[in-house]
Design a protein. Structure first.
Lengths: 325, 305
């Protein structure tokens, strides 16, 4: 915001104060309570749910500074400072899970993120409304299929005699169960992700495309702009705010790589390329019962995610002037 | 003479053709081809499963490619699926979780959205901040598990319902919808003596019913498809929801019943395909009816809180 706009906003506020004094005078706590008591009581179940199931686990993160023993509980377990974090950073697995997390999320960002935008552009250019509706309906379907079923379809198509394997064998590919081979894990993970989400994620861009003023296109046409020029000069600038918000959200999510899918897809043969921070947390915590250690790894994960969202937001605000908050 | 006039009329009736440049024509053709290819890439693997589930198991066993129609149609596999006790209890558990879970979700989301959309209260801003913060920072799996365990919910089907009582994203979408209802409506109801609960359920909910419908679908689908919480919270097989049973059958490759022909059949591919169909088709039947509302549920403004 420039100094000028700030000054205008300030003077507007002053004017508003003069016209409606009750707006600026904030209510005293007592009046507020008397007036909105009913509302606050109504909110109680929601508030409790958030305190217990969202803020409860956040407080539970304290165990990552302890040597937590279930029998002693969070109040009786001994404090160990940063030991769990040191253990994680010096663990040989640290490098593996960090590299895998970054590799999977960066690849995902590069290949999966633009796909729904491209699809939205293709759908919006279709002349026939019926056909565009059919394409939308079909591409939304996989979003409603459970990840268990998606992974099992993938396994079925890529096993030794699967349809995809058979197809690839024609092109000089060695016949193998693809999900047991580390080198195929990443492509299969990314492609199946695109397959499942391309349609659903395009909805948001389609609705953004609809809100671009049609006059802009006509003006561009009159000025002699072809399809490609219209795309660059009208469509993309119109889509930019949506793209930026989605990008920030995506970057924020990137450290929580869809571990449910990873856990279903990987096996000991592919751990070296497939194991990410969140799947590691799951194995260490819920299978090996290293509560404190895995909570520390989880805290590291959450903290990095939060920092990423914060940094991307800051960056995009500086560059394009729009962000999440 | 007559003919000439008729031809002229015909000519006039023809829709005016917008002249397109060669470049544009190529563009539209490529566009249609790309969209069709994508649609096929999505449909063929799914149809393959549907057709194979109705085919002869021995034929499927020997097959190497995608099926474009059922081979020697039979419903043998489905008979076995519906005889399987695990799948039946899984179905019942899933229905229980979907129904109870979605009702709780909608209740909490309506209440939360209503309160968060009220203006002129001191605490609401704080509540909003507190709720939006949880979208960007979470305690993580392990402390979450310990909280649920401390509440003695593990080992009960309620562990699949109460801990996921609210999805913050859905709550905020709902709040945005309610905030767009003109203030005069609830205000006039309040003057007529209606309380908050009455205003919420008789005015706000009906006015935002398109969003309520979409949110209901989102919640129901996520309950229907979830398996991870069931895997970590439940210990008894008779409490497992369908997706967890599916995981055992499809991914861990467990043979379900012992003995004879049935055992061979239950480990066969057609049995797996039929199981997928039975678990997936019900949820796919609902969504086309709500499709026109989807855009409402994914507004970007909603995310910005």
């Amino acid at each position: 915001m420039s100094a000028r706009t700030k000054a205008i906003a300030k003077s507007n506020k002053a004017v508003a104060k003069e016209i409606r004094p009750e707006l600026s005078k904030s209510l005293s706590w007592k009046t507020d309570w008397r007036r909105n008591k009913g509302l606050y009581f109504l909110f109680l179940p929601v508030l409790l749910w958030y305190l217990i199931f969202q803020y409860g686990p956040m407080c539970g993160l304290l165990i990552s500074f302890q040597n937590y023993k279930p029998v002693k509980g969070i109040f009786g377990s001994p404090w160990v400072g940063l030991k769990n974090f040191k253990d994680f950073f010096t663990n040989p697995f640290f490098r593996r899970v960090l590299v895998n997390t970054i590799r999977i999320s960066v690849t995902n960002l590069i290949f999966s993120f633009p796909m729904p935008i491209i699809l939205a552009l293709l759908i919006s250019e279709l002349r026939s409304k019926t056909y565009s509706r059919i394409i939308q309906t079909v591409t939304y379907i996989p979003h409603f299929i459970s990840i268990v079923v998606i992974v099992s379809i993938l396994m079925d198509l890529t096993n030794r005699n699967g349809a995809i394997t058979n197809f690839l064998v024609h092109f000089g590919f060695t016949r193998t169960t693809m999900l047991n081979e580390p080198k195929y894990f990443l492509p299969l993970y990314i492609i199946s992700g695109i397959w499942q989400n391309i349609g659903w994620n395009s909805i948001i861009y389609l609705s953004a495309l609809l809100s671009i003023d049609a006059q802009l296109y006509e003006a561009a046409k009159i000025d002699g702009a072809g399809k490609f020029r219209q795309l660059i000069s009208v469509t993309l600038p119109g889509l930019l705010p949506t793209i930026i918000v989605m990008l920030i959200l995506q970057v924020g999510k990137s450290f929580n790589v869809g571990y449910e899918k990873i856990i279903l897809m990987y096996n000991p043969l592919t751990y070296e390329v497939a194991d990410v921070i969140s799947s590691y947390v799951y194995r260490e915590g819920l299978i090996n019962m290293n509560w404190s250690y895995s909570a520390a790894v989880g805290l590291f994960n959450s903290a990095v995610s939060f920092a990423l969202v914060w940094a991307t937001n800051k960056f995009s605000k500086k560059v394009s002037g729009s962000g999440l908050w | 003479m007559d003919r000439a006039i008729r031809n002229e009329i015909k000519e006039l009736k023809k829709p005016v053709k917008v002249r397109r440049t060669v470049g544009e024509q190529v563009f539209f053709a490529v566009d249609i081809v790309l969209c069709t290819l994508l649609a096929l890439a999505i449909l063929l693997p799914l149809l393959n499963i549907a057709f194979k589930s109705f085919s002869d198991p021995y034929d499927v066993m020997a097959s190497t490619g995608l099926y474009l129609w059922p081979h020697n149609p039979t419903i043998q596999a489905y008979k076995l699926v519906f005889k399987n006790p695990n799948i039946l209890t899984g179905y019942m558990n899933t229905i229980f979780v979907v129904v109870c879970g979605t009702v709780l979700n909608i209740l909490l989301s309506l209440i939360g959205a209503y309160v968060l959309s009220r203006k002129g209260t001191k605490l609401v801003k704080f509540f909003t901040l507190m709720i939006v913060f949880t979208m960007y920072f979470q305690g993580g799996t392990i402390p979450f598990y310990l909280v649920v365990q401390a509440l003695h919910l593990t080992g009960s089907r309620w562990s699949l319902i109460i801990p996921v009582g609210i999805n913050t994203f859905n709550l905020i979408v709902m709040r945005t919808a309610m905030a767009s209802v003109p203030d005069s409506l609830p205000e006039s109801a309040m003057i007529d003596g209606a309380g908050h609960v009455r205003i919420l359920f008789s005015i706000m909910a009906p006015l935002t019913k398109a969003t309520v419908a979409v949110i209901t679908l989102y919640y129901a689908v996520s309950h229907w498809n979830s398996w991870f919480n069931a895997m970590i919270f439940l210990h008894k097989k008779n409490q497992y929801p369908l997706q967890l049973i599916l995981r055992e059958i499809l991914i861990q490759d467990e043979t379900v019943t012992a003995g004879g022909m049935d055992a061979l059949m239950t480990s066969s591919d057609t049995f797996k395909y039929a199981t997928i169909m039975v678990a997936t088709v019900p949820i796919l039947c609902i969504y086309p009816f709500l499709q026109r509302y989807f855009v409402k549920g994914v507004m970007v403004g909603a995310v910005k809180g």
